[in-house]
Design a protein around this ligand. Structure first.
Ligand code: ASP
Length: 629
């Protein structure tokens, strides 16, 4: 029979529309649903778009209101239990949930068989409901069953909540996907994406696709490259981001661009990192930092609301300098306090050698005097050493704020009384100190803070904008600065004069108009006001150590484009995978990606990456070297 979709498709073509016969309507009504007088399919008032195909209802959507209805369901056999001689209970599962069906024992229905079941919805007698099942107040009886496909026994239980080896899960991702967790995560991922798209469209942004085969965009990682067959010996890079193209769109007068863009970066994989990831990428003209923060905050809020049902108001802002001073990190987890406290003045003129350094700071572990035993302290000390510290100074706070710890004998009375005071420590707390140069003190204490204080992931959402990033991160061995963001970031107008070739340490003082968005200690994304003046751009390239020729060769097209009237513009990008994972309380982005790579960058399902044939290599003009010794 003709369903609505084919009807619509036919409507769009020039051919004459075939009108279904009465008999065809009747057949449709019998089997799957009802057609009204206009030939429109009536889905029975269920909020679900489109034709139902082979079924009348979805398993998880049936309720007591459906009692006495004859329904046709399709799905997989989640479980089967014998019931006496003749009957069996099967749990039928589709993407909406599970319902119990009572079937004749003669069917040999095994786990994961694909079936179509027609039966009558029956209310379970009081006291017989299954409180663990959303549809536990009803079941489907007098069933006829059609086996649509058989199935091998799956290599792992699909209905267990136990952890299953991840490589096994990824090897059979299509089975893993049938499980509740992946069903939930992938569907919420889609919810996030459509909320974000809607929010950007609301704000006048236009989605524009940018190419995957490009020259190169510097984002600080290694490029994945694709060899060109037509021009052997040359390579495309896969985009680390659409950065250059979105800026060109601004020159092109598109005004507000966005895209959910796939970005590819060849770097070591971690819990929050995959080679390829999705970003909400955005750029807008004639706006600055404040507007971009507003646009992105709105998109993030819309996604949070769509998943969690709460609209995060007023995301706080913190300067980069404060983030480093108080949290020891440019991605502060502000769900908990335990901030880093400045103690350098207290130790001015100290007799204790460990504290005769540029900087002394500390943190307090509440109640740690008892909770954190000697073994744990040794473990923490080892961690600090791994992070580059000499060791870890610690003190237990006792009665009357008396300190107990190996270093007390080297400390003055003022230091002993000042320490708990400045840290606002109380009896029963553990004080942990670091001393050395400021940068490493902040870094080590920041990590220690996370190690000791990090709350469970699903405990709430703490967004924070980190603003006023410096332009450069460090000076490398060649004496060239390393860009903190990317080289298209606008320096602070007051600091442009420091921008000189081989400018030395003073370059590290240059502020930029760059900002990050952080959620629960994860960097969600970053952005900046861009350079739209070709002269400033040339100076930044020069400061970064590009010769004129190099800059021309790599980015000549960009400088040229800017010479034709580039509007002031600014933008941002945030990770869809990271946002989705955090909103769902997942600690690894692989859990929200349909087909991710393992930590070692391979795909156990398709076995990628794989070698290619000699013929293929020849076509590309490539030779593979034997593996290095
Ligand atoms: N292209 C940058 C990134 O991918 C984001 C931006 O500056 O808009 O991190």
């Amino acid at each position: 029979h003709t369903d609505r979709r084919t009807q619509e498709e036919t409507d769009m073509s020039d051919e004459e529309t075939p009108v279904p016969t009465e008999a065809e309507y009747a057949e449709g009504a019998d089997e799957y649903g009802e057609y009204d007088d206009d030939g429109e399919y009536d889905d029975g008032g269920v909020d679900m778009a489109g034709a139902r195909g082979m079924r009348s209802d979805y398993c998880g959507e049936l309720t007591r209101d459906d009692v006495d209805r004859v329904v046709t369901l399709c799905g997989w056999v989640d479980n089967r239990r014998e019931h006496g001689e003749k009957l069996a209970f099967i749990d039928l599962r589709d993407h909406t949930g599970i319902i119990q069906c009572v079937v004749d024992e003669k069917h040999d229905l095994r786990r994961e068989y694909v079936v179509r079941v027609t039966g009558t919805v029956v209310g379970r007698p009081e006291g017989m409901e299954n409180p663990f099942l959303a549809t536990g107040a009803i079941d489907v009886q007098n069933c006829t069953v059609e086996v649509l496909n058989k199935a091998e026994t799956p290599p792992f239980m699909l209905n267990s909540r136990q952890d299953i080896d991840e490589t096994l899960r990824l090897k059979h991702r299509y089975l893993d996907m049938r499980r509740e967790r992946m069903q939930r995560n992938l569907r919420y991922r889609s919810v996030v994406q459509s909320a974000v798209r809607g929010a950007m469209e609301d704000q006048g942004f236009t989605e524009i696709e940018t190419p995957l085969l490009i020259a190169s965009t510097p984002e600080g990682a290694r490029d994945f490259v694709v060899p060109s067959r037509q021009q052997p010996g040359t390579f495309y890079a896969l985009p680390q981001s659409p950065q250059i193209f979105k800026q060109l769109c601004m020159v092109g007068g598109m005004d507000r661009y966005y895209q959910i863009a796939k970005c590819l970066r060849d770097e070591d994989l971690r819990a929050d990192r995959q080679f390829e990831f999705a970003q909400l990428d955005a750029e807008a003209s004639f706006v600055g930092q404040d507007e971009v923060i507003e646009f992105i905050s709105y998109a993030i809020a819309a996604a949070t609301d769509a998943v969690r049902g709460v609209w995060p108001e007023d995301i706080p802002q913190m300067t980069y300098a404060d983030a480093m001073e108080y949290y020891g990190s440019d991605k502060p987890d502000i769900r908990f306090g335990m901030t880093l406290v400045e103690l350098t003045p207290l130790f001015e003129g100290t007799e204790a050698n460990v504290f005769k350094t540029e900087c002394v700071k500390g943190i307090v572990a509440k109640g740690g005097a008892e909770e954190i035993g000697r073994n744990r302290i040794d473990e923490l000390t080892e961690m600090c050493k791994k992070w580059g510290a000499k060791g870890l100074a610690w003190f237990r706070v006792g009665e009357g704020l008396a300190l107990d710890g190996g270093l007390t004998k080297f400390m003055s009375a003022d230091e002993l009384s000042g320490l708990p005071q400045m840290l606002e420590a109380e009896e029963g707390d553990l004080i942990l100190l670091q001393s050395g140069d400021r940068r490493s003190v902040n870094d080590v204490l920041g990590r220690l803070r996370l190690e000791l204080g990090q709350p469970p992931v699903d405990e709430g959402l703490a967004f924070v904008w980190v603003v006023d990033f410096p332009m450069f991160e460090t000076i490398n061995d060649n004496g060239d600065p390393v860009a903190m963001h990317h080289p298209f970031t606008m320096p602070h107008p007051d600091d442009v004069d420091y921008l000189v070739r081989k400018g030395g340490e003073s370059m590290l003082k240059i502020r930029s108009q760059a900002y990050d968005l952080v959620l629960n200690g994860w960097e969600l994304g970053s952005g900046s006001v861009r350079i739209h003046d070709p002269e400033i751009q040339a100076r930044v390239f020069a400061a970064l150590g590009f010769t004129d020729e190099e800059a021309r060769e790599k980015f000549g097209f960009l400088l040229d484009a800017f010479s034709y009237g580039a509007p002031p513009h600014a933008g941002f990008a945030f990770g869809i995978d990271r946002l989705t994972a955090l909103l769902l309380g997942e600690t690894n982005i692989r859990e929200v990606i349909a087909f991710p790579k393992t930590q070692s960058g391979s795909d156990p399902l398709t076995n990628a990456p794989t070698p290619i044939s000699d013929q293929h290599l020849d076509d590309l003009g490539l030779r593979v070297l034997p593996p290095a010794e």
